[in-house]
Design a protein around this ligand. Structure first.
Ligand code: COA
Length: 152
């Protein structure tokens, strides 16, 4: 049985995280200055390494910037580990550590893999925003988390 866990990234993980992001989309990585964003997320303690049996297979950036709700900013899993349920379990772990009653995230309508992973992990469709990426609307999802003390 595979053991999936999250651990907070430290600055020592920066090269690893940058590499995951660079491998996904080199052009976006450079144009959107993702290295800077990743460094900031690590320093702000908002970046988590996804581990399978203690091996780093990806990362997730999670914060509370979306209307003060839990917000999954970015998740990337190394290609050979995708489609095995690791993303779904990473979402569950994020929901467990979330301090609010709901976790939100978004993805492009072209990203079927992310939409499937979110549905499988119990996320519901929240709405669509046009105009961010031309011809590829942004789809928002959320999940209600039970037994949180704070009401949101
Ligand atoms: C999106 C992502 C985080 C999901 O994690 P994952 O571990 O692959 O997801 P899971 O295995 O939990 O979930 C998966 C569903 O996606 C399906 N899936 C996996 N790979 C797929 C593919 N290449 N095409 C279509 N569906 C795929 C699985 O079969 C499963 O669906 P099922 O319920 O029908 O079995 C991961 O695929 C990834 O890192 N993708 C590239 C980066 C990315 O797009 N990040 C999101 C940015 S918004």
């Amino acid at each position: 049985m595979e053991n999936i866990s999250l651990r907070k990234a430290t600055i020592k993980d920066k090269a690893l995280v940058v590499d995951f992001d660079y491998s996904l989309d080199k052009v976006e990585h450079i144009e959107l200055k993702r290295e800077e964003k990743i460094t900031k997320a690590i320093l702000d303690k908002e970046c988590f390494i996804i581990l399978v049996n203690n091996r780093a297979v990806g990362f997730v950036i999670f914060d509370y910037r979306f209307f003060d709700q839990g917000w999954i900013e970015l998740i990337i899993i190394e290609e050979k580990y995708r489609g095995k349920g690791i993303g779904g379990q990473a979402f569950d772990l994020i929901c467990k550590q979330c301090k609010t009653n709901k976790v939100f995230t978004s993805t492009n309508s072209s990203n079927i893999q992310m939409q499937k992973a979110l549905s499988k992990a119990g996320f519901s469709f929240a709405g669509k925003i046009n105009g961010l990426d031309d011809g590829d609307p942004e789809l928002f999802y959320y999940k209600k988390i039970k037994s949180k003390k704070a009401k949101n």
